[in-house]
Design a protein around this ligand. Structure first.
Ligand code: FES
Length: 120
């Protein structure tokens, strides 16, 4: 594993993302509510730019009875949705929400002296 400098924390404020090219890989680095995440920007489905997609909390639905609408609510897990066909991945683990056999590579992010690094 190699630590690679991405940027100073001031260059990636809360709510922003940065797409970088490292060693031939496109990688998205995110600041979500002060926590940093990094993932491959190549969707395992058909190679779409997954890190340009929507980020939000996982939408969950509870079965409440036959013939009744499911009760929807947002769960604690953050999800990244690919803009091409909507595949969704857990931001923390990269695992696909519908099929745990599929995953998006994710990277460890660290901050040292206000500089953001990822391990690739
Ligand atoms: S390329 Fe990402 S969902 Fe199809």
């Amino acid at each position: 594993m190699t630590q690679v400098l991405i940027c100073h924390v001031d260059e990636l404020p809360v709510g922003e993302r940065k797409i970088v090219e490292l060693e031939g890989k496109s990688i998205g680095v995110f600041n979500i509510e002060g926590k940093y995440y990094a993932a491959s920007n190549t969707c395992p489905h058909r190679g779409g730019p997954v890190c340009t997609g929507r980020v939000g909390n996982e939408l969950l639905a509870d079965f409440v009875g036959v013939g009744l609408r499911v009760k929807e609510h947002f769960g604690p897990n953050l999800v990244l949705a690919c803009p091409w066909h909507g595949w969704e991945f857990n931001m923390e683990t990269g695992v696909h929400l519908g099929d745990p056999q599929i995953s998006l590579p994710v990277y460890t992010v660290t901050v040292q002296d206000k500089e953001i690094f990822i391990e690739i």
